[in-house]
Design a protein around this ligand. Structure first.
Ligand SMILES: [Fe+2]
Length: 230
């Protein structure tokens, strides 16, 4: 994915988020140099920030997701059972843009339609070996009410509605009718290790540097914080 396209998606996504009255935290607007120089552990270590992914496939409009991690807790706290056990993301799923089928091992997440079009999810239970059980019904909490879906049914969330996805629930989603602003409230999140995809996909984009980055992506941190690049 070209850096110029990522920069464009960041500008468009920021405008879309603002159109709902949602504001990102100050570090969202730090330059790459400022972030690399200041490198607060609470941002860089927690991997907060911009995350534009095409899952390594180079077809962002059809297969991709805009994410911004607003907060993220500490894995050590999770092990202790108290402390900062939570995380929050704001995301944009574009109309007819697929976030591919995946599950998490550790993270439980609420996926919230915060506005725009309809958010449609395909859900599956896991087999004992962790694979997709394509024949089983799935029951998920939606805003405090359990909903049971026959195996082939889709879950459609209107603005304001949400679903809780526990670890092991396979899920893919896309927007219908219009782009959707999505909230995610979850357990502490490690995107490097906690995404299991149904198909062999990468979690992050591979970037072709055709212009300087407007903002660093979370997936740029290791290279930039090593002190060399840029
Ligand atoms: Fe997920």
């Amino acid at each position: 994915m070209k850096r110029s396209r990522i920069n464009e998606i960041i500008r468009e996504g920021d405008a879309f988020i603002r159109s709902f009255g949602f504001r990102l935290p100050p570090f969202a607007y730090w330059s790459p140099r400022e972030l690399a120089d200041r490198r607060p552990e609470g941002i860089v270590g927690a991997r907060l920030g911009w995350d534009i992914t095409d899952y390594g496939q180079g077809r962002f409009d059809e297969l991709g997701l805009f994410l911004f991690t607003v907060r993220n807790g500490r894995a050590a706290d999770l092990a202790r059972g108290s402390g900062m056990l939570y995380a929050e993301k704001i995301m944009i799923s574009r109309k007819d843009q697929l976030s591919p089928m995946h599950r998490h091992v550790v993270k439980a997440e609420d996926i919230i339609n915060r506005g725009g079009g309809r958010l449609v999810l395909q859900l599956h239970a896991s087999r004992a070996d962790g694979g997709i059980d394509a024949d089983a019904a799935v029951t998920v909490p939606c805003d405090g009410v359990e909903r049971s879906l026959p195996a082939s049914d889709l879950l459609s969330l209107e603005p304001g509605e949400s679903v809780t996805l526990f670890p092991g629930i396979w899920h893919a989603f896309w927007a219908e009718g219009a782009d959707v602003l999505i909230g995610e409230v979850s357990t502490v999140n490690d995107d490097v290790t906690d995404n299991v995809f149904a198909e062999p996909l990468g979690r992050f984009s591979s970037v072709e540097e055709d212009e300087p980055p407007l903002r660093l992506l979370v997936s740029d941190y290791d290279r930039w914080m090593a002190g060399g690049a840029g």
